[in-house]
Ligand binder design. Structure first.
Ligand SMILES: Cc1ncc(C[n+]2csc(CCOP(=O)(O)OP(=O)(O)O)c2C)c(N)n1
Length: 352
């Protein structure tokens, strides 16, 4: 285990004064330390963080980019056609989830190194002796990456300031999910990456559920594809705020389509809770206003209100957009969906 504060000090010694990125649970303590030092810029998509770091480079500053290996796919466009192309070399710190981890990490875990090799980006294990110095040398000619291969790489750092009062009176994610599960008959339920899928699996697993455990940000498009392909059935999609923000453009497309048989719900806890509760913006959430600017959105404040809103959707058969401010926290002893079930879930769904 490395001392997190010392690691950031070492990066500061090579001129890195700021971090930008999207979290990974392997990097929680690193992000906490950077947040506590007020040198972390939250982004909603890894590609945006990489482009921001390129801009900082143009301005003569050095920003390191933090991401999960899954986020490398989001970052490929700016990495290849901006940073590498124009010599705007940035340090990437990548949470390298392994192939024996959850199913959503299987393919990317094996693809990270070949991807980086193809791009000509050298990489080092963050814990390797002299990794930061070696990366510094490489940054002269390319971007460089430090791979963080375990969740215990960094020593624990608690996040300062946590305004618990903000949470008072808000429903828990699981209360809302239970209300949704209780209202459905034949409806399809699709749920987003992280705790939302894990909790829905635990509350009520059924063949008509699809747990979108990876591809963060893609839920609204996945749901639109199902809804348009199954006009005879209704679809309820439950997304998270960070996931919705990651591909906000998809919501723009969805609100043009407005499938009659789709109800799109965002649970906003103002955090990437599934990876450790890191913020996704620097201020109060503006997501309700943003969603409402695209399509009339109803704010729901309790499980009872959610049940009522779902019944209206079922009766009216009209595209429905719901927004809930939820408190942080998960169900106790939350299990992960069985791996075999996840691998087989598309087949199970299609049989229905
Ligand atoms: C492209 C990509 N980047 C990062 C991650 C890591 N990740 C998994 S869940 C999650 C947070 C999701 O936050 P939100 O949608 O707000 O839901 P919450 O966890 O708060 O319930 C992150 C960052 C990922 N899976 N994919």
């Amino acid at each position: 285990m490395m001392n997190t504060a010392e690691f950031i000090d070492c990066l500061e010694n090579i001129g890195i004064r700021k971090f930008a990125g999207v979290p990974c649970s392997f990097l929680t303590h690193l992000i906490n330390e950077a947040l506590n030092r007020k040198i972390y810029e939250p982004f909603v998509n890894e590609g945006d963080a990489v482009a921001y770091a390129a801009g900082a480079c143009l301005a003569g500053e050095k920003v390191a980019v933090i991401m999960q290996n899954s986020g490398l796919t989001n970052a490929l466009s700016p990495l290849t056609s901006l940073n590498e192309l124009f010599g705007l070399h940035v340090l990437l710190i990548i949470g390298n989830r392994g192939k024996d981890d959850e199913p959503q990490h299987k393919i990317m875990a094996e693809a990270v190194k070949p991807f980086l090799d193809t791009l000509g980006i050298p990489y080092f294990c963050a814990e390797e002796e002299g990794a930061i110095e070696k990366a510094k040398e490489c940054l002269k000619s390319h971007c460089a990456a430090l791979l963080v291969n375990t969740k215990d790489t960094f020593s624990p750092v608690l996040l300062q300031e946590n305004d618990k009062n903000k949470e008072l009176g808000k429903p828990a994610r699981c209360d809302i999910l239970s209300a949704v599960a209780d209202c459905v008959g034949r409806e399809v339920i699709v749920t987003t990456t992280g705790f939302t899928s894990r909790e829905m699996f635990c509350i009520k697993d059924r063949p008509q559920n699809f747990y979108m455990v990876g591809s963060m940000g893609c839920l609204s498009s996945l749901a639109a594809g199902i809804a348009e392909g199954m006009p005879g059935n209704r679809v309820i999609a439950v997304d998270g705020d960070s996931a919705c923000l990651m591909r906000l453009g998809a919501l723009y497309t969805l609100t043009e389509k407005q499938p009659d048989n789709l109800c799109y719900i965002v649970l906003d806890n103002e955090a990437n809770e599934s990876t450790g509760g890191q913020v996704n913006s620097l201020g109060e959430s503006r997501l309700f206003d943003v969603m409402s600017s695209m399509y009339p959105t109803k704010e729901v404040c309790s499980a009872e209100e959610m049940a009522k809103a779902i019944r209206i959707f079922q009766k009216e058969g009209k595209y429905t957009q719901l927004y809930v401010r939820t408190r942080k926290g998960t169900m106790k002893n939350l299990p992960r969906p069985d791996k075999a079930l996840l691998y087989g879930q598309a087949k199970r769904f299609c049989k229905e």
